[in-house]
Design a protein around this ligand. Sequence first.
Ligand SMILES: NC(=O)C1=CN([C@@H]2O[C@H](COP(=O)(O)OP(=O)(O)OC[C@H]3O[C@@H](n4cnc5c(N)ncnc54)[C@H](O)[C@@H]3O)[C@@H](O)[C@H]2O)C=CC1
Ligand SMILES: O=C(O)C1=N[C@H](C(=O)O)C[C@H](O)C1
Length: 251
Amino acid sequence: MSKLRVAVIGAKGRIGSEAVRAVEAAPDMDLVAALGRGDELETLVESGAQAVVELTTPASVMDNLDFCVRHGIHAVVGTTGWTEERLGRLEAWLKSSERTGVLIAPNFSIGAVLTMHFAQQAARYFESAEVVELHHPNKVDAPSGTAIRTAQLIASARDRAGLPAQPDATATALDGARGADVDGVPVHAVRMRGLLAHQEVLFGGEGETLTIRHDSLHHSSFMPGILLGLRRVVDTPGLTFGLENFLGLGD
Ligand SMILES: NC(=O)C1=CN([C@@H]2O[C@H](COP(=O)(O)OP(=O)(O)OC[C@H]3O[C@@H](n4cnc5c(N)ncnc54)[C@H](O)[C@@H]3O)[C@@H](O)[C@H]2O)C=CC1
Ligand SMILES: O=C(O)C1=N[C@H](C(=O)O)C[C@H](O)C1
């Protein structure tokens, strides 16, 4: 069977460089291009890439995906910064490129995907829910894409269950003290030397709390998810949001 021809965009970054090694080591894939900032996207076409792994920055990701979709190149995207407006634009591009698939994964690690899944399940049973994400200090965005997605999933589960707004008597607060409000769920971001990527989801009810915690201790935690994404996205046209859809955990 022929190998999947894969390119990595953002190949010199923290996670991109790990992805290069993972693709090189995968027996069913050939790494055909590894693009850094300033490299020509035309290289993707010249190298015959069938799928890319996109791990750059929120400022770069849309142009890269526009190119990929126009050239029928599938994409597995870990880059953050997804808004409804951006997703809408991407979906419109995909409509005119019927066979192309794009997977956007807020997090590729199995533990983080399960954290989101469990948090979504727990959300309807608790009055209070807050998300705390903790990352290395070189991360440029806050809160993390994973934390935003987790909060959105909790908020929709609360909404479906008809839960009221969370109890919170705060009347005066320093700016930021209660975190960012994501659909009514407070999200707090810690940036600290020594950390990589971590998240706690805290739930509170009468006389009890539940904490779900996940720790990515090395960038290798994201690699099985990236490789799974590549294997599946080539047969999954259109936009898939969340690795859970390739793990049998989707809605
Ligand atoms: N979904 C997931 O599981 C994960 C997602 N991420 C996300 O991936 C992104 C990258 O994270 P890191 O590797 O830590 O950042 P990084 O800053 O180490 O790497 C980004 C790389 O992309 C390059 N770059 C920027 N624009 C480019 C362009 N137009 N073409 C080619 N290269 C370009 C930069 O020069 C840099 O080398 C972030 O948005 C981060 O949040 C990171 C880890 C896991
Ligand atoms: O920048 C990172 O490191 C990470 N980014 C992703 C996010 O913002 O959720 C995934 C993971 O948390 C690591």
